[in-house]
Design a protein around this ligand. Structure first.
Ligand code: PGA
Length: 255
C-alpha cells in the first residue's frame, strides 16, 4: 500500500505573529513546491491566520495544535473546529503528550476531540506514546494499545482510514534522545496490526503513522527507511527553516 509521507511541524508555544510569518515565508521558499510528500505546519492559534495567508497557494498545509469538541459555548480558553476551519486549517494535532501530561488531557477527551475533528473534516493527527517509567516496566505495548483503542472508539473504518497517528515516546520529546529506528518500527508495526482489528486490512494499510520525538536532519533518513514509519511530527527542529527543510527533503533509502 502506497502511503504519501507526511512531515508535520509542531511549533508549540513558539512564534509570535511576526516571527511566525518570517518562518512561514522561509519554508514557502524552500519546500513550498515539494512533491511526493505532504507538509503540515502547526503554529500557535494567534499565528494561524497570517501563516495561512503566507502559505496559501503552496504545498504546505496548515494545522492546529488542539481543538475543543463542542461547536461553541462557555469554554474559556478553548477553540472550535469552525474557528480552525475559518483560519485555513485542514489538520489538527490531538492528544499531544504535553496536553496529556501538563493539561489533564485523558483518553476520553482525546476521543471527543477526534470525533469533532472528523465531523468538521479536519484531519486528526492523534498522538500516542509511553513514558520512560512505562517503557522500563515493559508496559509500552499495553499503553499504546489502550491509547489507540480509546482514541478511535466509535469511529468507522472509513473515518479511521483518513486519520494520522503520531507515535511519540514521551521520553524522546524535546530530550535529544530519539527512539532508534528499530524501537520506533516495532511500535508502529504493532499499531498497524491493531488497526487491522479495529478497522480492516485496507484501513490499516492506509493510515499514516508518524514518528515524533527529537526528530532532526541527522536521524530522519534512517527513521524513514523503516517500512511502517510514514513521516514525522517534528517539534524543536521545525522552528529552524534549514533543519526542517532538510527533514522534509529526507533521503529515501527504503528498500
Ligand atoms: P521534539 O517534539 O521534536 O522537540 O522532540 C516533538 C513533539 O512534541 O511533537
Amino acid at each position: 500500500m502506497n502511503r504519501t509521507p507526511l512531515i508535520a511541524g509542531n511549533w508549540k508555544m513558539h512564534g509570535a505573529r511576526s516571527e511566525a510569518v518570517v518562518l512561514a515565508r522561509a519554508l514557502t521558499e524552500t519546500i513550498g513546491r515539494v512533491s511526493g510528500r505532504e507538509v503540515v505546519i502547526a503554529p500557535p492559534f494567534t499565528a494561524l491566520d497570517p501563516v495561512g495567508q503566507v502559505i496559501a497557494g503552496s504545498q504546505i498545509r496548515l494545522g492546529a495544535q488542539n481543538v475543543h469538541w463542542e461547536p461553541k459555548g462557555a469554554y474559556t480558553g478553548e477553540i472550535s473546529t469552525a474557528m480552525l476551519g475559518e483560519a485555513g486549517c485542514t489538520y489538527v494535532i490531538i492528544g499531544h503528550s504535553e496536553r496529556r501530561q501538563l493539561f489533564g488531557e485523558v483518553d476520553e477527551t482525546v476521543n471527543r476531540r477526534l470525533h469533532a475533528a472528523l465531523r468538521a473534516e479536519l484531519v486528526p493527527i492523534v498522538c500516542v506514546g509511553e513514558t520512560l517509567a512505562e517503557r522500563d516496566a515493559d508496559a509500552t505495548a499495553a499503553i499504546i494499545e489502550r491509547q489507540v483503542a480509546s482514541a478511535f472508539a466509535g469511529a468507522s473504518s472509513t473515518q479511521i482510514a483518513g486519520c494520522v497517528i503520531a507515535y511519540e515516546p514521551v521520553w524522546a520529546i524535546g530530550t535529544g534522545c530519539t527512539a532508534t529506528p528499530g524501537q520506533a518500527q516495532e511500535v508502529h508495526h504493532a499499531i498497524r496490526r491493531q488497526l487491522v482489528g479495529l478497522a480492516s486490512d485496507t484501513t490499516a494499510g492506509r493510515v499514516r503513522i508518524l514518528y515524533g520525538g527529537s526528530v532532526k536532519a541527522a536521524n530522519i533518513d534512517a527513521l524513514m527507511a523503516e517500512p511502517d514509519i510514514d513521516g514525522a511530527l517534528v517539534g524543536g527542529a521545525s522552528l529552524d527553516p534549514a533543519e526542517f527543510t532538510r527533514i522534509v527533503c529526507y533521503e529515501e533509502t527504503q528498500g
